[in-house]
Design a protein around this ligand. Sequence first.
Ligand code: ZN
Length: 392
Amino acid sequence: MSTSNPFFIVNANVVTPQGIIENGCVRIENGTIVFVGTQAEVPVADLAAWQHEALDAQGGWIIPGFIDVHVHGGYGADFMDSNKEVLDTITKFHLNQGTTTIMATTMTQSHDAIERVLAEVYEYKNNSMPYAQVHGVHMEGPFINPKYKGAQNPEFMVEARVDWLEDWNTKYPGVIKQISLAAERNGAIEAIRWARSHGINVAAAHTDATYEEMMTAVEAGLNQAVHTYNAMTPLTHRAPGTVGAALSEDRIVAELIADCIHVHPAAMKVLVKCKTNNNLVVITDAMSAAGLGDGDYDLGGLAVVAKNGEARLKDGGSLAGSLLTMIVAFQNIIHRVGVSIEEAVQLTSYNAAKQLGIDDRTGSIRAGLQADLLLLDTDLNIQSIWVKGNKA
Ligand SMILES: [Zn+2]
């Protein structure tokens, strides 16, 4: 990556929290956005100098870099095998698909296997990260329910253990950012209270919870739902289940795998209509085969076959993560669900930043924030990517 130089993007449709600025400009200095506005609003004293470093967006879109809170790997690498090389491979691959902030998501595995990932990510975060910025670890399991195992290994599913969490958070402070658990399991409510008092988000995942059990969990602090609709009790009219809680409760931020395979576009549209209060977050749930061709892969120790854009367990055929990237997810929600570009930016960037409490640093285009930016052409394909002002 090149060093961070001042630059000035002109002739862009800039998607900001206040709306789209047509024929807009963005000025970046020292990795930070210092100006967003129309050409006419550029300070006269700066105009000549800035224009010297101008980059013509040719009427394309400037949007914030994507934030993916749920992703297991990519380009042949899996976060469960974390070391510097694996973390570089995954963050480089997803950066090139527009993701500038990423959560290293673990699979349900042994205590020690999960701890190794925490240790590696802790170490990685303490150095300057060259590609997508790893915000922390999203632990998907092991405190989940075998009844809704999906592609998680039931052998390692256990009741919620606050003692493990306490120990991990002491050894690797600040690394765990999200815990995804089944709210109905023993110890879950205590774990939710512990997590939220330590600034960690808690999501319902791989869960047999009834609507009532979900609401008890929400009262305890549960504030998210993992890949909504997938691997959770469905909505029926007399038993609203986990899906009913996720759709109806504003305190739950709902994740959505927007590959149009895990969830039908019409069900995606229902979710978009229900989650209007900045509480819908598009994720990839990508596994290692994302970015590679068809073939045999491994997901947290289980054999997976990738074929025709789908990843399925060899044994049983359950969907096993996705082959999705954030730019394709962004295009899907616009083209197949019908959300506007402004709304799509919220779903792929701003809402996640807000949920993670980093919206004062990234997740939108405004002066003072990190220059995590994408330039898309008028067909919504990526032309350029910057993370902290460095071009990828
Ligand atoms: Zn997952």
